[in-house]
Design a protein around this ligand. Structure first.
Ligand SMILES: Cc1ncc(COP(=O)(O)O)c(C=O)c1O
Length: 400
């Protein structure tokens, strides 16, 4: 992350395919600008927003409008009491992981189970104590045309061992995988059986920003914690995370907010409440955001096929999110080494081994054969970056 930050400040040309910034979409940005103009023109709304703390659970109008939207769209049995606001979903995970892992009096140390890795790098250091994650290696399904997909390996999934909660991102960062309805149902039943929460990270998911390219069912029940965010709509800078959970968990999030920051920020909720009420947030997601990323994913996949022809590469089926996950089978150098070579040429990606928190088998070569490439930025940057990635990958195989 330090590298990515300093690259952004660099004077020489940087081809940034490493970070998680959302793409810039004119129609969406124009809409946010208009919302801001309306907010400033609306009586004392601006002064109230900047002068007052929200309550620790978050802005009531926003929570109420979101609850209504989720009831209407999905029939979830919730009210605003099931929703808390945080300063970005990164902070939601920090609180949730530390609520459900660690040492509880009279019990063994609990861990967070990641049923499918690779998984979001941002979870990795979120534990306050010792390593809090335990991870389940995936099954690899090879598909036609050098594509592949990870599946949850239910035969190996061990929930017997002091697990405090399970967590998956859907769509998954880094792979673009979207767990199937069947996989979610099985995980849900397992969690219910051993009475632990299932945490679903929907930062890229439904109903907004809805960067999901296939048809899957959103899920919530009293035992499921759905984490959402305004970031990938294009509002990463205003740091608004949303947790939908049973009332007891929501009360605990609210207490954690009070301790960590007194109250979550008011800007995101104040700016966006109207777009929940009139459902504009859904229309923008469906009409602009999802098609934008889908077209970019298809074009980046085509470029990789073209540039890497003849090599034993595989691309994870892009089913959502804003990244491609490239598996370079039998790569003679580690992905960390490939990352360094790319960095000297000004291209930033993220090496695969960063995305395996909680892995026990460090000898699993696969984790050092993958890289994550963001395709969210402009087409020319993506295409120039992929050209250089391909040159370095060809070179690495050739120097074997
Ligand atoms: C899968 C996933 N979850 C959570 C986050 C955190 O997002 P934020 O804190 O901006 O809501 C990210 C950010 O990139 C992400 O990729």
């Amino acid at each position: 992350m330090d590298d990515l930050g300093s690259a952004d400040q660099s004077d020489s040309r940087v081809i940034m395919l490493g970070g998680g910034n959302p793409g810039r979409i004119d129609e969406v940005e124009n809409y946010f600008r208009q919302l801001m103009t309306d907010l400033l023109a609306d009586g004392n709304v601006f002064e109230d927003m900047v002068a007052k703390y929200d309550s620790p659970i978050g802005n009531p109008e926003f929570r109420g409008a979101l609850a209504q939207l989720l009831v209407k769209k999905y029939g979830w049995p919730i009210s605003e009491k099931n929703i808390a606001i945080t300063n970005g979903s990164q902070s939601s995970f920090f609180v949730l992981f530390n609520l459900f892992s660690g040492k509880f009096s009279g019990q063994k140390t609990k861990k967070i189970l990641l049923p499918l890795i690779p998984e979001y790098v941002g979870y990795a250091d979120a534990g306050l104590g010792e390593e809090i994650f335990v991870a389940n290696l995936p099954k690899i399904e090879r598909l036609e045309n050098q594509m592949f997909k990870y599946r949850v390996d239910f035969d190996q999934l061990d929930v017997s061992n002091n697990i405090g909660a399970m967590c998956v991102s859907r769509p998954t960062n880094p792979t673009g995988n979207v767990l199937t309805n069947g996989e979610i149902e099985k995980l849900r039943k397992l969690c219910e059986r051993i009475n632990i929460p299932l945490i679903l990270d929907c930062a890229y998911g439904t109903p907004f920003p809805n960067i999901i390219f296939n048809d899957v069912k959103p899920y919530w029940d009293e035992n499921t914690v759905v984490c959402m965010s305004l970031s990938k709509l294009g509002l990463a800078g205003i740091r608004t995370g949303i947790v939908v959970a049973n009332e007891s968990i929501i009360r605990r999030i609210s207490s954690a907010n009070a301790i960590l920051s007194l109250a979550p920020g008011s800007f995101g909720p104040t700016l966006m409440t109207k777009s929940l009420t009139n459902e504009k947030i859904i229309q923008l997601s469906d009409a602009y955001i999802r098609p934008f990323y889908k077209a970019k994913a298809l074009s980046a996949v085509a470029m990789l096929h073209n540039e890497l022809a003849g090599l034993p590469y595989h691309i994870h089926e892009p089913e959502g999110a804003i990244f491609l996950w490239l598996w370079l089978e039998g790569l003679p150098i580690t992905s960390q080494c490939l990352y360094k070579r790319l960095k000297t040429r000004g291209v930033y990606v993220i090496p695969g081994e960063k995305f395996f928190p909680g892995i026990v088998d460090s000898t699993w070569r696969h984790q050092r054969e993958c890289i994550r490439i963001s395709y969210a930025t402009d087409d020319k940057t993506v295409s120039d970056g992929i050209d250089i990635i391909a040159e370095e990958v060809h070179r690495a195989y050739k120097d074997r």
